[in-house]
Write a protein that binds this ligand. Structure first.
Ligand SMILES: [Zn+2]
Length: 444
């Protein structure tokens, strides 16, 4: 008996544990490597030294709402239901269009607590076993939007409903929003001054981080997800200026840059940066925008890693990278199809890997000890993590009736999911979590 038990222990993976995902929209390896090579970004550098570094291939079209929903669900756009920012018929995609359960829905349905802060397509915030701050809690406008066109409709009362779950989280999150004094001392203060709220992303990103920092210690959560979009916003407008080749081109021919910036200024958009000409001091400042935002994100990685500790698996990833635009190289950054995937902490096997964006969700499920679905296209990254997947369920798609009602997620309410989890022994017939799962599952 003892021998058998010992053998069983030797062959079974580490018990299911905590997983936190920090999503950094548009984060690009070439910029990380350049700054780390200059002795900067100590927290990213440590993450790469101690953990997994993955080159992640993503699906096209490279659009953030599609990819972040794929990351959180494991499904492609035609299954998860988010086709971009808008349908092109005046409808903005939202969480109500998501036709699959995302990881927090499944974890919550299995009785685990979750904390979700700012993730794309989480408005309206759904009832969960834990906390959800939707991405519409702090309203953001694109940095390049004309401030004079700031529309009132988008901030209407109806859109202020259900920005958090539970509702009481809203007051708490409001109190955590960074104030003017904090912004003034931030190394990014010059950017916020230039663009102002709600256009510059710092206030929103910092709020998402603070809400997570405030909730995680008390939530006793198994799964956490935080989303920041500042790197994407700043890179769209300033990536070119941080590129040494482009800097050289502008230095040689500032008039060509001014012409390109003028040509890129469109109705409804803010005048492109330096459209009335750029001098060499301004070129230096323009070149700081993206690296300075990366320096801020490095401090966020350090804060989150210290908070969650080494017994949690921390995944830091992006949905796409950035490069100089081939159409407008002097003024624009464009999405790159290789994304960042870094992981450290529990169950991580340090090294370099290649992966596909479809592999993220099945791997997160395996780390959580929860079932991925057989109809997901990705695979568990067993070369990078010391995990053995639990048996899959047929699907994490929502039943048709829930899709038609526009009810997304709702991990506590989804009967089909409940039945599947119950069948696997994750919850008992009364719907309560099985307390033995996690610590002692391998001994059963
Ligand atoms: Zn993106």
């Amino acid at each position: 008996m003892f021998v058998l038990l010992a053998l069983t222990l030797a062959c079974t993976p580490a018990p299911a544990g905590k997983v936190v995902v920090l999503g950094l929209d548009g984060l690009e390896y070439t910029m990380l490597d350049r700054l780390i090579g200059a002795g900067e970004l100590p927290n990213f550098a440590r993450l790469m030294e101690e953990g997994v570094r993955g080159e992640m291939e993503v699906t096209t079209p490279i659009m953030s709402p599609i990819l972040w929903t794929t990351i959180a669900s494991g499904y492609p756009a035609d299954v998860h239901g988010i086709g971009g920012w808008t349908t092109g018929h005046g409808h903005s995609f939202s969480g109500a269009d998501v036709r699959v359960n995302r990881i927090w829905d499944v974890a919550s349905g299995a009785g685990a607590h979750v904390v979700v802060s700012g993730w794309l397509m989480t408005w309206p915030a759904t009832p969960l076993n834990g906390f959800m701050l939707s991405e519409r809690f702090v309203w953001s406008y694109p940095m390049n939007k004309d401030p004079a066109e700031k529309s009132v409709g988008l901030e209407s009362a109806v859109d202020r409903v259900a920005t958090t779950s539970p509702d009481a989280l809203a007051a708490r999150a409001e109190a955590l929003r960074p104030d003017d004094a904090w912004i003034a001392t931030s190394p990014l203060a010059y950017q916020v001054r230039q663009y102002g709220a709600p256009f510059h992303p710092l206030i929103r990103d910092e709020t998402h981080v603070r809400v997570f920092e405030s909730l995680w210690p008390e939530a006793d959560a198994r799964f956490g997800a935080v989303y920041l979009n500042g790197a994407d916003q700043v890179s769209h407008m300033y990536w070119s200026y941080s590129d040494r080749g482009v800097q050289e081109m502008i230095r040689k021919d500032p008039a060509a840059h001014a012409a390109a910036a003028q040509a890129g200024s469109k109705p409804g958009r803010r005048l492109a940066p330096y459209a009335d000409g750029i001098d060499m001091d301004e070129l230096v400042e323009a070149g700081r925008y993206v690296p300075d935002y990366y320096r801020y994100l490095d401090t966020v990685v350090g804060r989150v890693r210290a908070l969650v500790g080494a017994d949690t698996t921390l995944v830091v990833l992006s949905d796409h990278g950035f490069r100089v635009s081939s159409a407008q190289p002097l003024t624009n950054g464009s999405h790159n199809d290789t994304a960042v995937f870094l992981a450290a902490g529990r169950a991580v096997k340090p090294g370099r890997i290649k992966l596909h964006v479809f592999d993220v969700a099945p791997t997160l499920y395996a780390l959580l000890g929860l079932p991925a679905a057989a109809d997901m296209p990705g695979k568990v990254l067993t070369d990078a993590f010391d995990v053995t997947p639990v048996p899959t369920v047929p699907s994490h798609r929502l039943p048709r009736v829930a899709v038609e009602a526009g009810a997304s997620g709702g991990g506590l309410a989804d009967d089909q999911l409940r039945d599947q989890l119950e069948a696997l022994g994750y919850i008992d017939a009364e719907g309560l979590p099985d307390a033995s799962i996690g610590q002692s599952r391998k001994l059963r």
